[in-house]
Design a protein around this ligand. Structure first.
Ligand SMILES: Cc1cc2nc3c(=O)[nH]c(=O)nc-3n(C[C@H](O)[C@H](O)[C@H](O)COP(=O)(O)O)c2cc1C
Length: 175
């Protein structure tokens, strides 16, 4: 079971979250394939059983390098190559709010257009009864993020996407 984690990061905040997401994927017994957006290819997405996208939030939108990569997936869309794959998202920005959920929704919208099965974080995920970060994992630089709690949420996201990808693969195999 391979989970592609494709992220953009200039000053390292989103990269720390990406590494925690990868730990969570490993905890679930799957193999994380960690790539910067500038290094990833559409073939990396096609080869994965699940896909997790991470971006700095920039004015409520994903950053340009990640968007530029996502815009290379037209052929995958035409051939339905990502249909039924599990997906999840994570975002960092400076302020406590500052457009995090809007940025996550941008990445989730991409996944829905590709027919993916989007996995968020339930209130039962570590610390999430108070955080209420249901759309994915996130961190704020202004509060010293990623904090231990942010990293725990990122690990939970990685585990959850890997677990759902495994369940979907088993369902396909027995259909
Ligand atoms: C062009 C630009 C726009 C940004 N817009 C926002 C914003 O709207 N709200 C916010 O809180 N942070 C904003 N930021 C800050 C980044 O989201 C933040 O520094 C992010 O965590 C950087 O991630 P990185 O360390 O992985 O590069 C912006 C940064 C840039 C460069």
């Amino acid at each position: 079971m391979k989970i592609a984690i494709v992220y953009d990061s200039k000053s390292g905040t989103t990269e720390k979250m990406a590494q925690a997401v990868a730990e969570g994927v490993r905890e679930a017994g799957a193999e994380p394939v960690l790539k910067r957006a500038t290094e990833a290819t559409p073939a990396d997405l096609e080869a994965a059983d699940g896909i997790i996208l991470g971006s700095p939030g920039q004015f409520g939108l994903p950053s340009f390098p990640l968007k530029e990569f996502l815009d290379q997936t037209g052929q995958l869309w035409m051939e339905g190559k990502l249909v039924g794959k599990a997906g999840g998202v994570f975002v960092t920005n400076y302020t406590l709010h500052g457009g995090k959920e809007q940025t996550m929704l941008g990445l989730i919208t991409f996944m829905l257009h590709h027919g993916m099965v989007v996995v968020g974080l339930p209130a039962s995920a570590p610390g999430n009864a108070i955080r209420g970060s249901y759309y994915g994992a996130s961190a704020s630089q202004a509060t010293g993020g990623p904090t231990e709690e942010d990293l725990a949420a990122a690990r939970a996201l990685g585990r959850r996407v890997a677990e759902v990808a495994g369940a979907l693969a088993r369902a396909r195999a027995s259909a």
